[in-house]
Design a protein around this ligand. Structure first.
Ligand code: DAH
Length: 357
């Protein structure tokens, strides 16, 4: 085939191209056409261009012109049609209304929030006020005013976390703070003092929030956990009021009305009692949950010690009161049979998804 022939073949290719372009209907046909003409390696134009390498020198010029003309015709026509396809094609971010809808993923309430809210609800219904207070506390409110002065041995039970930077010295109650140390509160009982030193009796409060202790992580311990503190002060408040209140709460939280009071010791109450509920799993027969005793301990409580009233400027001859403290994690563990306390903090959705919305 002579090169002259090649030139006329290339010129004829314009018509072929126009005819082929006129046939194109879909965007994939269009892509195919584009590739077969403009494809870098095996497109027709590339093929023609490769002829230039071997063409006779006197024809190179004309061959090159014919190829360039063809290329520009093809490129222009393709660019034009491309616009058309672009305009009629589905816009990039179009919504396909035939697809099934995506169900929104609903979050779940954290089990500890559920317990906190349930406790708050129970006590607001009973006319209590709900308080929160500082997690960074001073020695005075956490210990001293709660009848645990200086080297009181009960402090050892708390494994306190102290802070190096002191906060402003505590506002003195009737007692003078002897140790203006700063610490992370080890119990919510500190809120008893904070409230009473600023408010006259009567008192009916619950305080809920995080507390801290120097504990290692294990199945039942974390260095941070949550407590609910209850305090009622007024004239003629008795142990019977404590018992009635704690039973009512236990009934609502666990559905178990039977409670038992065991003598105990807390420096800020006298008498003091630990409260157990009848094991709701075995109904008292004895099982793994209640360690075969038939009873489950849920809180510490007692009648407010006169020394505490004196510290906040209340007259122990005029008022009496009761107080109790309960672990929120413990309630949640019991309610839902959560064996490992660490699950509350690991943010594992497989665990969290099991709780209410
Ligand atoms: N503060 C105690 C604790 O952390 C719980 C407690 C016991 C609170 C007896 C009280 C109480 O108010 O009267 O274990």
């Amino acid at each position: 085939m002579s090169e002259q022939n090649e030139i006329s073949r290339i010129e004829a290719a314009r018509e072929k191209f126009r005819a082929a372009l006129a046939e194109v209907r879909t965007s994939s046909e269009f892509q195919e056409l584009r590739n077969s003409w403009l494809g870098r390696k095996s497109g027709r134009i590339a093929e023609y261009t490769s002829l230039l390498k071997t063409a006779a020198p006197e024809l190179k010029k004309e061959l090159g012109r014919a190829i360039n003309e063809l290329r520009s015709i093809v490129e222009t026509a393709i660019a034009e049609r491309e616009k058309e396809f672009g305009a009629s094609a589905r816009p990039k971010n179009a919504v396909d209304i035939t697809l099934p809808g995506r169900a929104p993923q609903l979050g779940h309430r954290h089990p500890l929030s559920l317990v906190r809210d349930e406790v708050m609800e129970i006590f607001t219904r009973l006319g209590y006020q709900v308080l929160e207070g500082p997690e960074i506390e001073d020695d005075y409110h956490n210990f001293e005013a709660l009848n645990m002065p200086g080297d009181h041995p009960a402090r050892d039970m708390h494994d306190t976390l102290y802070l190096e930077t002191p906060i402003a010295p505590a506002k003195a109650g009737a007692l003078q703070p002897s140790r203006p140390l700063t610490l992370l509160r080890t119990h919510t009982s500190a809120m008893q003092i904070r409230h009473m030193e600023n408010n006259p009796p009567p008192v009916r409060l619950v305080a809920i929030g995080p507390v801290y202790r120097k504990d290692d992580l294990d199945l039942t311990h974390t260095p941070m956990f949550h407590q609910v503190e209850g305090l009622v002060v007024g004239t003629g408040i008795t142990l019977a009021d404590l018992k009635g209140t704690v039973s009512a709460m236990a009934r609502e939280l666990f559905g178990s009305a039977e409670v038992r009071f065991r003598p105990s010791f807390f420096p800020y109450t006298e008498p003091s009692a630990e409260v157990d509920i009848r094991c709701f799993k075995c109904a008292g027969a004895g099982c793994a949950l209640c360690k075969k005793s038939g009873w489950i301990e849920i809180l510490g409580s007692g009648m407010v010690h006169p020394a505490v009233f004196e510290a906040v400027g209340y007259n122990p001859d005029e008022v009496t009161g009761f107080a109790f403290g309960m672990g929120v994690e413990r309630v949640a563990q019991l309610k839902w049979g959560v064996g490992d306390i660490r699950l509350f903090y690991e943010n594992d959705l497989r665990f969290l998804e099991q709780f209410g919305i």
